[in-house]
Structure formats: C-alpha cells, structure tokens
Design a protein around this ligand. Structure first.
Ligand code: C2E
Ligand code: CA
Ligand code: CA
Ligand code: CA
Length: 281
C-alpha cells in the first residue's frame, strides 16, 4: 500500500506535471496546426550513386510553431502518435506529398517521373486504414501509385506480422514502392523479411555517417548491402555527409544516397529548383 502511495506521489511531482502540461499544450497546438495548415513538408534529394542523378526526394514533416519556432518531427510525431493525431497528420502528409508530385509533374512538363518517399508511422498503420488513405491521396492528386515510396519501420511488424503483410500487399496493389526504414536498428526478423513485398532497404544514418572510421559500422553496412542484393532489393543509405563515404558506398554497390553531402531537406520551392537544375544538366 505504501509503495503505491509513493508511486502516486511521483506521478504528480512537479517535473511530471510540467511535462504533462507541456505535452497537453503541444497536443492542443498540434491539433490547431493541422487545421490552420501550419505544417510543412520539406524534401531531401535521393541520389542515384551510379549515375549521380536525382532519383527522388524524401518528404520530411516540419512544424512552424507561432511561439516555439520550428518544432522537429522527433518532438511532435511522438505527441501525434500518443494522441491519435497521427491519423489526420499522416493523411495530410500523404495528400500534400501527392499534390506536390502532381504540381511538379505539371510544371516540369511531366516527361520526367518524380518520386517522393513518405514516412508511415507504426502507430498510423495500426490506427488507420492506410491503403485507403493512400488510394484517396493518389486519386485526388491524379498521380500513379508508382510515384510514391512508402517508408515503414520494423516496429510495424513486431506485434502482428500477418496483419502487416496484408496491409503491405494492399499497398503494393496500388502500385506504390515500399521501403524498410532505419534498417538494422530494430528487431529484424530476417526469415520474415523475405516474405514481405519490400522493394528497398534504407540503411540507418547511425551506421553510415562514420562507416569509414568505425570498422563495425562499415561491416554492418556491407552486410546489409549483401543481404539486399541476395533478396533482390534496392538500397538507400541515409546520413551521407562526405564525398569519401559517398564514394565508398558507390563502390559497395549501394543504389541510392541521401545526406547533407548532396543536400539538406529543402522547402518545396527549393526542391523544385534542385529538380529543374538537375533536369537541365
Ligand atoms: P528518418 O525517416 O530516418 O529521416 C532521416 C532524418 O535524417 C531526417 O531528420 C533528415 O533531416 C536527417 N538527415 C538526412 N541526412 C542527414 C545527414 O547527412 N546528417 C544528419 N545528421 N542528418 C541527416 P528529420 O527531418 O529531423 O526527421 C526525423 C524523423 O522524424 C525521421 O527520421 C522520421 O522518422 C520522422 N518523420 C519525419 N517526417 C515524418 C512524417 O511525415 N511522418 C512520420 N510518421 N514520421 C516522420
Ligand atoms: Ca524515413
Ligand atoms: Ca524513420
Ligand atoms: Ca533513420
């Protein structure tokens, strides 16, 4: 009984209360931000390592908060997941990315296919009918499903692998591409991986950035690249910050590169300029 009381007291200690209030106001603000269109997508280029050409962009959410300034997705995505706001937020991201692809294709004369990757949270996959959200977004924008790559994390498969497979099959039926994000950081079930319709393995930045200095990380990257090649999957390495790492990954046969070495995440307008410049060259 005593222990219980102590616990209760801890729960309402001022530190926790502060945090709860902070979270509460973030949640209220986030709800309002969605209504008021305060969220933005920035776009980070993905580069084909073999040819050096632009292969697409990853859409990354940003929240321009009126008082707090730019709030990182690492702060507001967890709030959205805990409050259930991830469902409308995730739908907004899908719609915005699809509409932007359609706009860029119209502006550039559409002779060049533009592909954008969108992050799907594991909670979003549990709480929403994601295939129907994706179908709605691509139909409303008038784009082909092939223009979208959906990035999922391994945590989406832990609790209900069979259910996850059903969702992935439905997403593939819409002609979208599927990428396993942050690969190597989760609880990879390798036997299961080959049963899933995954097109791309994304190698997490924590292995890539220092792979020339850290032998263990270089070994992990090279193992993931062999695995992907054996399973007939493409690869994207994130967190490439130097030309030396870029050259090394190209030599190891990695398909795509992403990182500050090529470009930071760009506003939609800057991404379109990047696209136009690459197209002309
Ligand atoms: P992620 O999916 O692993 O995205 C890559 C993150 O690495 C991005 O951080 C990107 O800005 C950063 N990055 C890219 N290249 C480099 C580099 O060379 N060096 C360094 N130091 N960092 C680099 P960001 O934009 O802060 O996003 C953080 C995470 O938030 C993402 O990690 C993703 O899990 C999540 N996220 C972002 N947007 C969305 C979204 O629309 N929906 C969902 N569910 N999650 C999102
Ligand atoms: Ca991602
Ligand atoms: Ca991720
Ligand atoms: Ca990552």
């Amino acid at each position: 009984k005593r222990a219980k009381q102590t616990k209760k007291f801890e729960l309402f200690s001022s530190d926790n209360l502060d945090r709860a209030l902070h979270r509460f106001s973030l949640e209220t603000d986030l709800r309002r931000a969605l209504e008021r269109d305060e969220l933005e997508l920035h776009y980070q280029p993905l580069i084909d390592l073999e040819s050096g050409k632009l292969n697409g962009f990853e859409a990354l959410a940003r929240w321009n908060h009126p008082l707090l300034g730019m709030v990182s997705p690492l702060d507001f995505i967890p709030v959205a997941e805990e409050s259930g706001l991830i469902v409308p937020l995730g739908r907004w991201v899908l719609q915005k990315a699809s509409a932007t692809i359609a706009l860029w294709e119209r502006e550039s004369g559409s002779d060049l296919p533009i592909r954008v990757s969108v992050n799907l949270s594991a909670v979003q996959l549990l709480r929403d009918d994601v295939p129907s959200a994706v179908e709605h977004a691509i139909k409303a924008a008038g784009i082909d499903g092939d223009r979208l790559t959906l990035e999922l994390t391994e945590s989406a498969f832990v609790d209900d692998p069979e259910g996850a497979k059903t969702v992935l099959d439905a997403l593939k039926a819409l002609n979208t591409n599927l990428a396993m994000d942050d690969f190597g950081t989760g609880y990879s079930n390798l036997a299961y991986l080959q049963k899933l319709p995954i097109d791309v393995l994304k190698i997490d930045r924590s292995f890539v950035s220092d792979m020339l200095a850290n032998k263990d990380n270089r070994a992990i990257v090279s193992t993931i690249l062999s695995l992907a090649s054996a399973l007939g999957m493409k690869t994207t390495a994130e967190g490439i910050e130097t030309q030396a790492v870029s050259d090394e990954l190209k030599g190891l046969g990695c398909t795509n590169g992403q990182g500050y070495y090529y470009a930071r995440p760009l506003t939609a307008d800057a991404a379109y300029e990047f696209l136009s410049a690459r197209k002309a060259s």
